[in-house]
Write a protein that binds this ligand. Structure first.
Ligand code: IMP
Ligand code: MG
Length: 173
């Protein structure tokens, strides 16, 4: 598979984002909320680049409708367990594509009345956006290609690849 983002480039971007978060929340604590399963690798590397009082939590959603024709249907399948009221949440996601998932999750997490809510997305495909949502911390903007590796899957496979690769002929399903 063609490599789009090499492991060294990922590591550098993760370090840069970790530094930004450390700076932005200096003297404060953060709750890192990762979206299962794709963001697990990003979370584990990012967390080690954040020099703050930090805790983790996990959330999971299921999206309905084909990726090409987003129906806008996102369902929560696992909620956080941490009390988030008055906390600084960093929502950690692998990729921001149509934006439907993060729009749903942002709205859901705001119901917990956090003090702040920021989004960290390793990858961003701005050309695919349907819902108006932006990440506060972005690793890489990428073209409209289906990518796998470093947590990202196709039918649950390839999450363990250390580099981000373009999956040929997969198209946008
Ligand atoms: P959105 O709701 O369209 O922004 O979709 C976000 C979710 O779609 C991500 O969490 C991924 O699970 C999935 N996704 C979008 N683009 C890709 C890709 O290129 N490779 C793997 N998964 C993707
Ligand atoms: Mg995902």
């Amino acid at each position: 598979m063609e490599i789009l983002v090499k492991r060294e480039e990922i590591a550098a971007a993760v370090a840069r984002i970790g530094k930004q978060i450390t700076h932005d929340f200096a003297g404060d604590s953060v709750v890192l909320v990762a979206v299962l399963k794709g963001a697990c690798l990003f979370l584990s590397d990012l967390a080690r680049q954040i020099e703050l009082d930090a805790t983790f939590d996990f959330i999971a959603v299921r999206s309905y409708g084909a990726k090409k024709h987003p129906a806008g249907e996102v369902q929560l399948i696992k909620d956080v367990t941490t009390p988030l009221r008055d906390r600084n949440i960093i929502l950690v996601e692998d990729i921001l594509d149509t934006g439907l998932t993060l729009t749903f999750l942002r709205k859901h997490l705001y119901q917990h009345q956090p003090r702040s809510l920021k989004i960290a997305a390793l990858l961003d495909k701005p050309s695919r956006r349907v819902a108006a949502v932006q990440a506060d911390y972005v690793g890489f903007q990428i073209p409209d290609k289906f990518v796998v590796g470093y947590g990202l899957d196709h039918a649950e496979r390839f999450r363990n690849l250390p580099d981000i690769c373009v999956l040929e002929e997969a198209g946008q399903e």
